[in-house]
Design a protein around this ligand. Structure first.
Ligand code: ASP
Length: 407
């Protein structure tokens, strides 16, 4: 990973005619100029979520063979959209509160500076392809809902039910459980929002992800109740604990991928089924150009997974690319976007602890970073991202706040 020191010394070397004093403290203008002068890396670079997936190697090979950068992005996205075991993307994604899987995706193609997006898309498996078709085959940037579905069918994509049997049963469990979390009522950012307090009874909706000991009895009883319901619904024994977890603490996921080739061409794509149990018609950050994904091959590319509503409010991916344009390193730019999220809550940790965010960031010279709001996952493991620059590996994210999200 490029450090600030590397960056400053490279800036100093590339900004012609600097005096010794200026070299130790490059001005804003000099930093921005050094970004303009940056050259593409000798090897392609991919940055994405850690999926443990061989398609990342295949996408890398595609780049080595001269494939278009967005084709390489789509290769990874399509495979995740096909995977019924990934409950945050495509087929098998967890549905909205009506039991309908609504997909969001967007893409940006650096060489042509084109963009496309699709939101709340029902009954079509490959949201990433639909966003690309919107980009290539229409004069629009974004299509949503049934119009997007009709467009996809007219472009030759198959209409099919995106709700896998496993996801349908998890939805039924959530639906039948009267105490589960939903998205109605004043949001976290509202002065009327009320923090869940340890409940005196089982009738309580939001169990924190990291509950204190005062929650232990409630969680035990709720889990037992839900395990019984899962059995009644015919969820096989080996899937029950996972289904109960999805009801209490639904999966988040999403795929973002940014890629860069040795010609300096870049593309980015993001695809998701969004928040489980969302209100029908909800769009998250993933289809929003500038929030879930932003690519400008003069500078870099970035994308996000996590609390979509928060990311929209800081236009996260665009903020990051613009901060890099002004000379920040990928890590500094990501931390700046995260600081803006925290600032939106005036640093109130009683609220910030309910949020979660990872940014995947790639600069045009191949420098990269994965940056997360919190240092660890709910199970205490470091937050990670995947990079491929000739060798595929998983690296720990840089982080803004030590600890983990509550929700
Ligand atoms: N950002 C996505 C959304 O809000 C969810 C996620 O990344 O888990 O829809």
């Amino acid at each position: 990973m490029t450090t600030r020191r590397d960056f400053l010394s490279r800036s100093a070397m590339t900004a012609a005619g600097l005096g010794a004093a200026a070299m130790s403290q490059p001005s804003q203008a000099q930093l921005a100029e050094s970004v303009k002068q940056m050259q593409p890396p000798k090897k392609p670079v991919i940055i994405t979520r850690d999926t443990g997936d061989r398609t990342i190697d295949e996408a890398y090979k595609m780049l080595l063979d001269g494939a278009d950068t967005l084709d390489a992005c789509d290769h990874v996205c399509l495979a995740r959209e096909d995977d019924p075991n990934d409950h945050s993307v495509g087929y098998g994604g967890l549905p909205n509160e009506d039991g309908v899987v609504e997909l969001d995706a967007c893409c940006m193609h650096g060489p042509t500076r084109m963009a496309g997006s699709v939101g709340a898309l029902p009954n079509i498996r490959h949201a990433c392809l639909v966003s690309r078709l919107v980009m290539e085959r229409t004069g629009h940037i974004m299509l949503v809902g049934q119009g997007a579905e009709r467009f996809a069918v007219m472009e030759g994509l198959k209409r099919e039910d995106m709700l896998s049997d496993e996801a349908r049963k998890m939805w039924l469990l959530w639906k039948e459980d009267r105490n589960s979390h939903n998205f109605w009522g004043p949001p976290l950012s509202s002065p009327q929002w009320k923090e869940p307090s340890p409940p005196p009874t089982l009738n309580h909706s939001a169990i924190p992800r990291h509950p204190g000991p005062e929650w232990a009895e409630v969680i035990r009883a709720r889990s037992q109740q839900l395990m019984g319901m899962a059995s009644d619904l015919g969820i096989p024994p080996h899937e029950r604990a996972f289904a109960v977890e999805q009801v209490l603490w639904p999966t988040t996921g999403t795929i973002h991928i940014s890629v860069l080739n040795t010609k300096g061409e870049m593309s980015g794509a993001t695809t998701t089924s969004g928040q489980a149990w969302k209100i029908p018609g909800r769009l998250g950050d993933s289809p929003i150009i500038g929030a879930g994904c932003y690519t400008d091959q003069d500078v870099g590319s970035a994308g996000a997974t996590g609390s979509g509503e928060e990311n929209i409010k800081v236009a996260g991916a665009h903020t990051i690319v613009d901060c890099m344009r002004q000379g920040m390193t990928p890590k500094e730019a990501g931390l700046e976007a995260l600081r803006r999220i925290v600032r939106n809550y005036n640093g109130d940790m009683n609220k910030v602890r309910y949020l979660d965010m990872i940014y995947y960031i790639l600069r045009k010279d191949g420098a990269y970073a994965g940056v997360s709001l919190w240092s660890t996952t709910a199970s205490g493991k470091p937050k990670v991202f995947c990079v491929h620059d000739g060798e595929k590996r998983v690296e720990n994210c840089a982080w803004l706040l030590q600890g983990t999200t509550t929700n």
